[in-house]
Design a protein around this ligand. Structure first.
Ligand code: SF4
Length: 73
């Protein structure tokens, strides 16, 4: 059995979230936290929307309707 380890520092280098949080770089915990609240992690939002802190799925859909989804690439 292979044990997969998490590279927190590498994850942090890709993280676009501007909020201070103990889950930064621990993507599984970040995703679990926001999913449990009916939200998406900060990395699903473009810079301007990420800064608002509104991680709701409704906000994500509104942003994609307005800006398209190319910011995710
Ligand atoms: S998206 Fe949320 S859980 Fe993830 S690092 Fe940012 S504040 Fe923390």
């Amino acid at each position: 059995m292979t044990t997969k380890t998490c590279n927190i520092n590498e994850n942090k280098s890709h993280c676009t979230c501007t909020f201070s949080c103990g889950k930064k770089g621990v993507c599984c915990e970040c995703l679990d936290y926001h999913r449990s609240r009916g939200e998406l992690p900060g990395c699903y939002f473009p810079k301007d929307a990420e800064r608002t802190g509104d991680r709701s799925i409704a906000n994500f859909i509104a942003v994609v309707k307005q800006q398209g989804s190319s910011f995710l690439k």
